[in-house]
Design a protein around this ligand. Sequence first.
Ligand code: TXA
Ligand code: MG
Length: 329
Amino acid sequence: MSVSVKGDLLARKTRALPLSPKALAEAAAILRRGGLVAFPTETVYGLGADAANPHAVAALYRAKGRPVFNPLIAHIAELAEAERIGHLDDTARRLADAFWPGPLTLVVPAVDPCPVCDLARAGLATVALRMPGHDGTRALLLAFGRAVVAPSANRSGHVSPTEAAHVMADLDGRIDLVLDGGRTKVGLESTIVACLPDAPPRLLRPGGVPAEAIEAALGVPLAARGAGGDGPSAPGMLPSHYAPAARLRLDAAAPAAGEAWLGFGPGGPAGGFNLSPAGDLAEAAANLFGYLRALDAAGPDVIAVAPVPDRGLGRAINDRLRRAAAPRP
Ligand code: TXA
Ligand code: MG
């Protein structure tokens, strides 16, 4: 890790290496020294730091420009590691059984004292846990040997990265290493479910595991975010997020003059990009963030977006599109 001080910002030389056993060993060594490593998962690229090291976590918040009230997800490779960090009740265990490794994050009460430092949890008594379903991520976690906190590897508020080049575009010069594992498969962040005492399981963020699949595994409906008054919420679910520079116009039938076009399904207007010409929601999810970045790069004022069905992965796609379209602070 080479670090030099530029103003009050830590400027770093960022290297990009293809995923390989050697690169993974180097990444683990950087994490041990308190450095910052971006790596692919099955959902989006994450920006990792040692969960137990508050200095590393502080540097991570700074590199992203992320508000420190927004807690991070701890990534683990083994269930035993999850249980050293959080209290998993029967519901949480059932969900871990059904969907781990995979794109599901569980928010559970934190063990006290918690191996995931206070700063990474934004001082909350709960902790977010995820076991990623990606061989490279798993190998990194095993090489490092304990939990790695990792938000999506973008500047705070930007579109999440699904390729190493997206990470470089946002974070070059701010982190130590990017492991390049090609395009991510799912393309949307994990689904977040809170499993907390004296409350029904609650969907905090739609994502890579459709809510319908979770409900089928549990046999009960999930409570909605914010339902039941002061229920827990995901502090990071700000109304404006995942934002390209262009404004988004949603549920458009066709682009108006001068607008860029993001289509979905067969038979729409020509030009621009189509999330999935066949109307496949998994394909659309995988393409969403990359196409938003690509359209935005041409500098249009407005990106018009075709309607996407609000079921299965479509619910997570629409959540991200609504946030990208929301008025900016
Ligand atoms: O797929 C993913 O989840 C990716 C990859 C890298 O694993 N990570 C990701 O992290 O999307 P991030 O930081 O972009 O989003 C984490 C979300 C935030 O909205 C945060 O507020 C919420 O998780 N969160 C973290 N800890 C929480 C807690 N204890 N209670 C409620 N929400 C929490
Ligand atoms: Mg994010």
